[in-house]
Design a protein around this ligand. Structure first.
Ligand code: GAL
Length: 672
């Protein structure tokens, strides 16, 4: 469900038609003399908006109920005088030291029952009424004071909910969990049934007997139903806190509001959060050592656009260069920050923001890059920041345009992800995100547009729908997938999909119970592979499977490839089943990149890329505006590329056709 309100369009208007460009701004880390220089440099860099106050609670409320807003008044006034707009935080991301002293029972408790102490950030229990009360009061006080401040154009509620406190196992949380379970199940009978408590003497006769899945006896497993519901509950508990804080802001202000997501962040099912954001926003950081980091960025941006219902969204944070929290914090190579930024913009972001404006000189993040580095403005990084500011200004007219409809939908569902990765499963090597990334990568490499959709999203218009390890499927989704294939769609389901219902109960009678008929196959037994081993497949040129194999047979499907050796020799590994006017493919193992490419040639063969004929490593995405379309080209390669397209490059200024995009460069080509 998408929010009614298009807060991103409101923001663009408030920014005078410019895109959001800026960063988290933490002036409280600096003496006031620096603030004037900050504003001057922001203007020089083309900054339009900064996020202020995210971690300022302790300075804004130094004693319970006593506020010191003076310094923030001066910051906001200065920013306003300099023409810089503000995304103002509720300042509730991390409570002050006094809070946990006053409310020791609001501190985070881990699964072993150990209370975590103050000294970092976000060390609170999300279900704590004391924390909620304090945060709501603070959020309300901020909104009341600054609702009418002319610099403030949007609200930033808390920050990255759950980043450091995703699950709290304290007694308060346990009570909240029981309430949540009562709501979900209504009766203990229903809960006992859903959790299969007949197993291991777990039958509950009183709600008070139920607790969170804390650490259990050695070398054993907590009840899977209890664990799966715990993930659900914990995501909802964080959302309830968000709702309470957001409501406190909305009492005083109509400005659009957001809380920043973290892409494929496992603890929060953002599908249940997105509709409550006026602006859907995201923080994305590359894992510097990852060869496929560029594709990870693209897939995350595709998720964000899907969460925003296809509308524009906001990149709230990324880094200008290195971060501080990876084992080796690799600096970005020249041009990488610019390419990263344009990937987000291409995929629907109407702004690029960073963490943070000025690199800190103290604190845990002092080695994190920023827009103003420790070296100051005599630096390549600063020059790159200013250039990006120019670029962002040059493409302002893309604001509000929509990314052209995608041809492929990748189904990615949080509850299924949680359930698929619980313990006591056939193999620890099964990871829905890995499989989803592999399928996104073959599309991305071909410049085929992908939406990352949820089970309730519509399937109309997609040429291909992919279910990567969609372990948990409910009946309604199966019915819609079946109708989609009958109507002419192409479905690809991978191994370990359709195995259980929403209670994590096996769908009996042969795997994959939910999809058996649609796929025309029946699997009797899983044979996951030993760590690092592969199995050759007969029927493909480059056929090798990893992670998984299984013993089954086709009951209507055509066998495309089968296991060549081993206990499943001769059994189907890849099948396709003509159903109605469509086709249902099944891939029963994790394909290597080469094998997947070969299968993709078949499955995606008829799907049109955004632009024909671009070499690998050149990313192309089209955004459609009311009067023009914009082809974003990001050249990740070391070669110049010729783009056979007629139009005007908003960045380089070249007109006509073709366009030359140099190694590592970016173009945004406007076409009528
Ligand atoms: C984000 C967070 C920021 C900063 C940044 C560093 O997760 O919102 O406050 O810590 O990471 O990469």
């Amino acid at each position: 469900m998408t929010a009614q309100r298009d807060g991103m369009a409101e923001l663009t208007e408030a920014l005078g038609g410019r895109l959001a460009f800026g960063a988290d701004y933490n002036p409280e880390q600096w003496p006031e003399e620096v603030w004037d220089e900050d504003v001057a440099l922001m203007r020089a860099a083309g900054v339009t908006m900064v996020s202020v106050g995210i971690f300022s609670w302790a300075l804004l409320e130094p004693e319970p109920g006593k506020h010191d807003f003076g310094w923030l008044d001066r910051v906001l006034d200065r920013l306003h005088a300099g023409g810089i707009h503000v995304d103002l935080a509720t300042a509730t991301a991390s409570p002050p030291p006094w809070f946990l002293l006053e409310h020791p029972d609001a501190a985070l408790v881990d699964g072993a029952g150990v209370r975590r102490t103050f000294g970092s950030r976000q060390a609170y229990c999300p279900s704590s009424p004391a924390f909620r009360g304090a945060a709501v009061r603070m959020a309300g006080a901020m909104a009341e004071r600054y609702a009418d401040h002319p610099a403030v154009v949007m609200w930033h509620v808390s920050n990255e909910y759950a980043d450091h406190n995703w699950h709290c196992y304290c007694d308060v949380s346990a009570a909240a969990y029981r309430d949540w379970l009562r709501d979900r199940y209504g009766s203990l009978d229903a809960l006992n049934d859903a959790w299969a408590t007949a197993f291991w003497s777990q039958h509950y006769t009183d709600w008070e007997q139920i607790g969170p899945p804390r650490e259990v006896s050695y070398n054993s497993f907590a009840n899977p139903g209890q664990q799966l519901d715990w993930w659900r509950f914990s995501s909802d508990a964080q959302r309830d806190l968000f709702r309470a804080e957001a409501a406190a802001v909305r009492e005083h202000s109509d400005a659009p509001l957001t809380t920043n997501f973290m892409g494929f962040f496992k603890p929060l099912d953002y599908r249940g959060w997105a509709a409550e954001q006026d602006i859907v926003s995201n923080d994305h950081y590359l894992i510097g050592a990852e060869p496929d980091r560029t594709q990870h960025l693209a897939m995350t941006a595709d998720l964000l656009r899907s969460l925003a219902g296809g509308r524009s969204w906001l990149l709230m944070e990324h880094s200008t260069s290195a971060v501080n929290w990876q084992p080796r914090n690799l600096a970005k190579v020249p041009g990488e920050m610019r390419r990263n930024s344009f990937q987000h913009l291409a995929r629907g972001a109407d702004g690029v923001m960073f963490f943070q404006w000025r690199a800190s000189r103290g604190g845990a993040e002092k080695f994190h890059s920023a827009m103003v580095p420790h070296a100051g403005t005599e630096s390549r990084l600063w020059r790159d920041v200013c250039r990006l500011g120019d670029d962002v200004r040059a493409i302002a007219e893309v604001a509000g345009s929509r990314v052209a409809p995608a041809s492929v939908a990748l189904l990615f569902d949080w509850p299924s992800w949680w359930a698929a990765t619980l313990d006591s499963h056939p193999s620890v090597d099964v990871d829905p995100l890995v499989t989803a990334r592999a399928w996104h990568k073959v599309c991305w490499g071909r410049n085929i547009g992908v939406d990352v959709i949820g089970p309730a999203d519509g399937l109309e218009g997609y040429d291909v729908v992919v279910l990567p390890v969609q372990y948990l499927l409910d009946d309604a989704t199966v019915a819609r997938l079946t109708a989609y294939v009958r109507g002419g769609g192409t479905l690809v389901a991978t191994y370990f999909s359709g195995i259980v219902d929403e209670h994590d109960h096996i769908r009996l009678g042969g795997y994959p119970g939910a999809l058996r008929d649609l796929l025309g196959i029946r699997v009797e037994e899983f044979h996951p592979l030993p760590e690092g081993e592969t199995v050759p497949l007969a029927g493909l040129k480059e056929g090798v499977g990893r992670v998984w194999s299984e013993l089954g047979r086709a009951t209507g499907a055509e066998v495309v490839a089968s296991y060549a050796v081993g206990p499943c020799a001769g059994a189907p590994a890849i099948t396709r089943h003509a159903v109605g006017r469509g086709m249902a493919w099944y891939v029963g193992t994790e394909l290597t990149a080469e094998a997947l490419d070969e299968v993709a040639d078949e499955v995606l063969g008829a799907v049109e890329p955004v632009v024909e004929g671009l070499p690998a490593g050149v990313e192309a995405v089209r955004r459609l505006g009311a009067e023009a379309s914009y082809l974003f080209v990001v050249n990740h390669t070391h070669e110049t590329v010729i783009v056979p397209i007629d139009g005007v490059d908003l960045l380089g200024g070249s007109t006509g056709a073709p366009h030359v995009v140099k190694a590592g460069d970016v173009a945004v080509i406007r076409q009528p």
